[in-house]
Design a protein around this ligand. Structure first.
Ligand SMILES: Cc1cc2nc3c(=O)[nH]c(=O)nc-3n(C[C@H](O)[C@H](O)[C@H](O)COP(=O)(O)OP(=O)(O)OC[C@H]3O[C@@H](n4cnc5c(N)ncnc54)[C@H](O)[C@@H]3O)c2cc1C
Length: 312
């Protein structure tokens, strides 16, 4: 892709999005792992109109587009992303309570939704305490914990296609599975309705505290990470397999298999994406040698790794 096109696309985006369009934006600060090179263009769409402009511009100049949520499930390569990284902004953060339902924009964070639900004595979302994602990312990943997942609560999702068509998907049209959902690859989730249950406020708060304490005790929350690195195979948690393969505490540069939870890789300060990736591959190899199981990454690799471009 010629730089010429990026410059032209940027000129358009800057005209409409103003300071919400930035060139050569370092992505490390936009991910919880705190690694990653720059995106040619980083654009925040505050409204549906702006979203349309970003999509049209990417299409017009043939520029790859990646939608980032809160960046809590990503490993962005050191060479960054050659294209536009789009984030939903202001208008997509709104939340509205309607009886026992929450209508929310895709940029609303899970922690803020958990708090809103609790304030309105609505149960069911407590499992999401401490999951630092946005609603859009949570739906794509079918985020879950403590035996529940977001897919259980989704009543509908509103998506915007790359051709700028709005669609409402009812729950029976969306298939949620373990850490995945069947949204069209290019669709952008802009909002969703979650159906919750009325519950006693004190009980909701108690459950939130219980889940948060469990997380604090088990996960290395004081260091940058992207949550579980690998999906759990059917029979045994990935963390157990990794520990038994002797990988706990193993490091490459500043990337370390957490000594607290073996399915987390932490950034001890100055890790690079390439160090994290190398460590991920070593863990995969060791677990395969010890258990004959191929661990599948849960985190998404964005950009170039091993010389191959991974767009998703
Ligand atoms: C400390 C920590 C603990 C965690 N604990 C858990 C846990 O218990 N359970 C769990 O399931 N996960 C957990 N995670 C992982 C992560 O938080 C979830 O996967 C989360 O749902 C990702 O949301 P995000 O907004 O950060 O998405 P991102 O990481 O930014 O993106 C993830 C994917 O969603 C896509 N996406 C994001 N927004 C949209 C949108 N609006 N439309 C279309 N596609 C979109 C992206 O393109 C990408 O493919 C944890 C992460 C951390 C750092």
């Amino acid at each position: 892709m010629g730089n010429r096109y990026v410059n032209r696309a940027f000129a358009t985006l800057q005209k409409f999005l103003r300071e919400n369009a930035v060139k050569d934006k370092i992505l490390a600060k936009e991910t919880t792992m705190r690694v990653g090179g720059s995106a040619d263009i980083f654009a925040i769409a505050d409204s549906l109109g702006h979203l349309r402009i970003v999509l049209d511009t990417a299409k017009e100049w043939g520029i790859p587009l990646f939608v980032i949520g809160k960046g809590s499930n990503l490993l962005v390569s050191d060479s960054g992303f050659p294209g536009i990284v789009l984030r939903l902004g202001r208008d997509f953060m709104a939340k509205r309570i309607d009886g026992s339902k929450i209508h929310a924009g895709a940029a609303a964070t899970l922690p803020s939704l958990v708090q809103t639900a609790s304030r309105h004595s609505l149960g069911g979302l407590c499992f999401a305490v401490g999951i630092p994602g946005g609603l859009g990312g949570a739906l794509v990943m079918n985020a879950g914990a403590h035996g529940s997942c977001i897919g259980d609560m989704v009543e509908n999702a509103v998506v915007y296609s790359r051709n700028c068509e709005l669609k409402v998907l009812e729950k029976n049209q969306i298939k949620f599975e373990y850490r995945k959902a069947n949204f069209e690859k290019d669709d952008i989730i802009i909002a969703a309705t979650l159906a919750l249950d009325h519950a006693d406020t004190d009980l909701v708060k108690q459950q939130m505290e219980e889940y948060f304490t469990k997380r604090k005790n088990r996960q290395p929350l004081q260091l940058p990470n992207a949550g579980s690195v690998f999906r759990n195979p059917k029979d045994t948690p990935a963390g157990k397999l990794i520990e038994e393969a002797g990988c706990k505490g193993m490091s490459v540069g500043d990337a370390e298999v957490s000594t607290k939870h073996a399915n987390f890789i932490v950034n001890r300060g100055h890790a690079t994406a390439s160090e994290i990736y190398t460590l991920l591959r070593i863990v995969q190899k060791r677990v395969f040698e010890r258990h004959g199981v191929i661990l599948e990454p849960e985190i998404e690799l964005i950009g170039e790794f091993d010389g191959a471009l991974m767009l998703e």
